[in-house]
Design a protein around this ligand. Structure first.
Ligand code: CTP
Length: 216
C-alpha cells in the first residue's frame, strides 16, 4: 500500500527575503506518516517548511517543498500510483502575483500587494481520483462546522474529512493535542476525544484502513 501525505505550511515568496506563510507546524501530517508506516504502508510525505526532522522510518520518503505550486507538482507526480491520499497541509490560499526580483524597499507609507489564488491541490487531484483510490482531507472551521466540512468533502471529492473545530480548546494550530470529528461520504460521523496528535493520527489511520479495505 502506498500513501501520499501533504503536510505543513507553504511559503509564498514576495521578494528574495520575504514570504507569506502560516503557523502550521506539520505535526499532524508527520504523525499520520508515522502511523501509516507503522501499519506497513509505504509513505511519500510532501512537506512544506517545518522545523521537524524527516521521519526516521525507512518506509517514509520525505520530499521538501516551499510553495503551493511546488507542493502540487510533487503530489501530482506521486498521486496516480498512491492508493490513499491525505491532504494535511495548510496551503496558502493566495500567492503574490509576482515575486520581486530584488528586495522591496520601504518607499511609501502604504504598500499594496496583489495576490492571486493558489492551485487547490486536493481539489485538482480529486478530479483525477479513480474509484479504488481513497482521499482524505482536513477542514478547520469556526462555525457551521459540519455543513462546511461536508461541503468541502463534496467539492474536493474526499471520501473522508477530518474536522477540527476551533471552538474546542486545545485543538488545531500550535497545540500538541487535537480533537477531531471524522465525516464520511457515506454519511457516517465519528467524534473523538481531545488527545495527543500522535493518538489522533492512530485513530484516523485505523478508520481509513478499515474503510479502504472495503472500498471499491
Ligand atoms: N487544500 C489543498 N490545496 C489548497 C487549499 C487546501 O490541498 N490550495 C486542502 C487542505 O490540505 C485540506 C483542505 O484542502 O485538506 C482544506 O480545504 P480549504 O478549502 O482550504 O479549507 P479552508 O482553508 O478552511 O477553506 P475556506 O476558506 O473555504 O473555509
Amino acid at each position: 500500500m502506498h500513501v501520499l501525505i501533504t503536510a505543513g505550511p507553504t511559503y509564498e515568496p514576495l521578494d528574495p527575503v520575504r514570504f507569506i506563510g502560516n503557523h502550521s507546524t506539520g505535526k499532524m501530517g508527520y504523525a499520520l506518516a508515522e502511523a501509516f508506516a507503522a501499519e506497513g504502508a509505504e509513505v511519500t510525505l510532501v512537506s512544506g517548511p517545518t522545523s521537524l526532522p524527516d521521519p526516521a522510518d525507512a518506509r517514509i520518503t520525505t520530499q521538501r517543498v516551499q510553495t503551493a505550486d511546488e507542493m502540487y507538482a510533487a503530489a501530482a507526480a506521486v498521486a496516480p500510483a498512491a492508493d490513499i491520499w491525505v491532504f494535511a497541509a495548510a496551503v496558502a490560499d493566495y500567492k503574490p502575483r509576482q515575486m520581486a526580483e530584488n528586495k522591496i524597499k520601504k518607499d511609501g507609507d502604504t504598500l499594496t500587494l496583489e495576490l492571486v489564488k493558489n492551485v487547490d491541490i486536493a481539489g485538482t487531484l480529486g478530479h483525477t481520483k479513480r474509484p479504488e483510490q481513497y482521499s482524505v482531507g482536513f477542514a478547520l472551521e469556526t462555525n457551521n462546522e459540519q455543513a462546511y466540512a461536508l461541503d468541502k468533502l463534496r467539492r474536493k471529492n474526499f471520501d473522508l474529512v477530518v474536522l477540527n473545530s476551533l471552538r474546542d480548546a486545545g485543538a488545531g494550530f500550535r497545540h500538541d493535542t487535537n480533537k477531531v470529528t471524522l465525516l464520511e461520504a457515506g454519511g457516517q460521523m465519528t467524534i473523538f476525544e481531545l488527545k495527543p496528535k500522535v493518538a489522533v493520527a492512530r485513530d484516523i489511520v485505523e478508520t481509513v484502513l478499515a474503510r479502504y479495505s472495503h472500498h471499491a
